[in-house]
Ligand binder design. Structure first.
Ligand SMILES: C[S@@+](CC[C@H](N)C(=O)[O-])C[C@H]1O[C@@H](n2cnc3c(N)ncnc32)[C@H](O)[C@@H]1O
Length: 285
């Protein structure tokens, strides 16, 4: 098998649409891994196909795990503002949660708002990222986004690092999940809000659409969908309307609007752009 076919097989399996930099990194990773195992490309390809652990390790090294606590704070302000309207229990799904800063930020918001009954589901395709998320341990630089009061309240010192307190950790569910191909995991199906930020950008447009359809079918209570600030919906090049809550989309309740008109209300998003960017998944073109 040529290295090009091997790469194509791998990215299709992941459902990603790698840009040039990612494709370059993938090639380098494949060549390095094959060389480290003293294998030619054909033999390495066969190994990759049959050995899930080898594939997993490659995924762990390929994905971009960049994240931070309270990254785009306006999203968390929008979440907090919505909470009084949601009868408990409240479930929020952080899809593509990386090492956990995003789902733990959600947990902090829920706790600070005094929500009694809640659960945060964090999922990622990278097993290594999830392992870190489940441990909830971070270095000084990683918790830089948390002020002193939040550190005091939500973290504790642990062997020279910081660890999220058990009161938050015990309400978290972390699981491995590939947004490109897997159905919505059972605990996330109750979600009122989904954070799917800075991950859509890696997915092929057709895969993005299928994901949005799955959200529509499998997350019936979904009201708020947060995407990264530069991401768009429907696999189109169109960025989300700037009036939407920092890239968040308020998903209208009820049946999808086939006309695509009654779309986003998020933060006062305006007309035409909102129809594509903000209508319920599955309802837009
Ligand atoms: C740039 S990080 C974003 C983390 C977090 N959402 C944030 O915005 O701070 C992207 C994450 O998406 C994950 N990811 C990439 N492709 C994925 C897929 N197909 N399914 C699930 N997670 C994926 C990566 O492993 C990585 O942890």
């Amino acid at each position: 098998m040529s290295i090009e076919r091997l790469e194509t097989w791998f990215v299709e399996r992941l459902g990603i649409q790698p840009d040039r930099a990612m494709r370059h990194r993938l090639r380098q990773l494949v060549l390095d891994d094959a060389a480290a195992r003293h294998l030619d490309v054909d033999t390495y390809a066969a190994l990759l196909r049959r050995d899930g652990a080898v594939r997993e390790a490659l995924v762990d090294r390929l994905v971009v795990p960049t994240t931070a606590f309270f990254r785009h704070p306006e999203h968390f302000a929008a979440l907090r503002a919505a909470l009084p309207d949601w009868p408990g229990p409240v479930t929020v799904w952080s899809a593509g949660c990386s090492t956990g800063a995003e789902p733990y930020t959600v947990a902090m918001v829920l706790r600070e708002a005094g929500v009694r009954d809640w659960q945060v589901v964090g999922s990622d395709v990278s097993a290594a990222a999830l392992q870190r998320a489940a441990a909830g341990r971070y270095g000084d630089a990683e918790v830089a986004g948390l002020d002193a009061e939040r550190r005091r309240r939500h973290l504790e010192r642990c062997e020279g690092a910081w660890q999220v307190v058990p009161a938050l950790r015990e309400r978290m569910v972390f699981l491995r999940h590939n947004l490109a191909v897997d159905d919505v995991p059972a605990p996330a199906r109750r979600a009122r809000a989904v954070f799917c930020r800075n991950v859509m950008i890696y997915l092929d447009p057709a895969v993005q659409r299928a994901l949005l359809d799955r959200l529509d079918d499998q997350v019936p209570k979904l009201e708020l969908l947060f995407l990264g600030a530069t991401e768009s919906l429907w696999g189109s090049d169109r960025p989300l309307p700037s009036g939407a809550v920092g890239g968040g989309v308020r998903v209208p309740s009820g049946a999808p609007d086939a006309a695509g008109g009654a779309g986003a209300e998020g933060g006062g998003a305006a007309g035409g752009a909102a129809a594509g960017g903000g209508s319920r998944p599955g309802g837009g073109g």
